[in-house]
Design a protein around this ligand. Structure first.
Ligand SMILES: [Zn+2]
Length: 163
């Protein structure tokens, strides 16, 4: 006992709580489409992000090694992202255990919960900004990309095992 994990070793399929740094806002919007609760950083300073994460029980996602290290020091869960490309960033999240699938629960703009327009209809609306979401061609493209990343993740894992 006494040892705290710095990275969650298993993810819930949805509903994890994160806060992203200013460099990872795009990744944050993707994570919201995947059902995760992702807060925007206030003014984006390291102090503010750490404080917000502590207050709201969020895992920090950052590309800033210094912020990552300072989170480790205070045992605040933190995921360090290396890549600047969205596909690679998602692959890194897959590596951390996040399932690669869309799950419309959060507005990409304001992180508010979405409500389904009508029973059985694949259409959702943000309660706050009224943005609409539906399964169109854009949606399918994103699903394809996530599938590809998911299978790449398995390949990487497979080759790693073989040596
Ligand atoms: Zn919204």
């Amino acid at each position: 006992m006494g040892v705290k994990l710095t990275i969650p070793d298993t993810f819930q399929p949805s509903g994890q709580r994160f806060v992203v740094d200013l460099m990872l806002m795009r990744l944050g919007r993707w994570l919201r489409l995947m059902g995760q609760d992702v807060a925007n950083p206030g003014n984006g300073s390291d102090w503010e992000i750490r404080d917000q994460a502590a207050r709201e029980h969020r895992t920090v996602i950052t590309r800033d090694r210094r912020l990552w290290q300072s989170c480790l020091k205070i045992e605040r869960p933190c995921i360090l992202i290396f890549s600047s490309r969205i596909e690679e960033q998602l692959l890194e999240m897959a590596g951390a255990g996040l399932p690669m699938r869309l799950d419309p629960q959060r507005c990409t703009l304001c992180n508010e919960p979405l409500e389904q327009m009508a029973q059985g209809r694949e259409q959702w609306r943000c309660r706050r900004c009224d943005k609409l979401y539906w399964r169109g061609s854009h949606w399918r493209k994103m699903e394809e990309m996530l599938e590809k990343i998911g299978s790449r993740r398995e390949e990487d894992w497979g080759s790693g095992q073989k040596k």
